[in-house]
Design a protein around this ligand. Sequence first.
Ligand SMILES: [Zn+2]
Length: 324
Amino acid sequence: MAKTKSSKKTTTSKKAGTTKKTGTTKKTGTTKKTGTTKKAGTTKKAGTKVKAKPVSEKTIKTAVAAKDESAQDSVESIIQRKLLALYTLQQIDTQIDKIRIIRGELPLEVQDLEDETEGLETRINKYKQETEDFNQQMANLKNSISESQELIKKYEAQQMNVRNNREYDSLSKEIEYQTLEIQLNEKKIRELEVAVQQHQNIVEDSQNKYEELKGDLEVKKKELDNIVADTKKEEELLNKKSQEQQKFIEERLLNAYKRIRKNAKNGLAVVPVERDACGGCFNQIPPQRQLDIQMYKKIIVCEYCGRILVDDEIANTVKVEELV
Ligand SMILES: [Zn+2]
């Protein structure tokens, strides 16, 4: 519903603009303007992008060729050309941004996986080391038990040859002490056995997780390599196109474009009016301002975000696909 409304509105305002335009242009009678107005009409009616395509290239090319004759042209066609050049540059730069975003996240994912596998490796090694320590402790305890058992045997033998009860009792106390030692050490061994088992479980789990992550990591790494290889060429081409396109834009305007783009989170400096709102910050644009945008009397920026605004006509003429 809202869509129909807005499109109706644009149509009416466009008509208003056209009437005015033809009124003023009667003197100069530029073919350009009537050409574009007609085209806008066809695009609206037919609503096909196919028809808009050849238009765009022609318009851009004429814009470039006619750069020097700008003095003879009307304000409207100069502004329209500037906006077209700017919006074209924006489309190229947006595509470069997209490539960088795709690549930008993947290295992070790879980095995360690398960190995680490294962390698991450290964990596994730590638990393995601790298990070794536990085993060493158990071996020591078992030695102590053997020593205690030897002592008990020795004391029992000595008890056979005692001269009095006092000697016998003293040996009995030694035997009792060694028996307690054995019990204590056996308890320690049981505790260590439990700890070793727990450690082994953790090591096993971590190792499984490690294998899984390592697999993911290999896949992601390969993906990253492919993307880098694929996009490198495309990015270079787009960068070249961007540089070329920048030559068609006067320095002051280009600097403004770069400044706005730098400050905008989404890298958009030139945006179309979409559903009566700014295509960059989505704040509503008053009808009068929308009309001003369609008039091409001057370059108009969004009063909220400062982005340069273009109308449907320009937005529809420039398509990214045809640039690459
Ligand atoms: Zn805005």
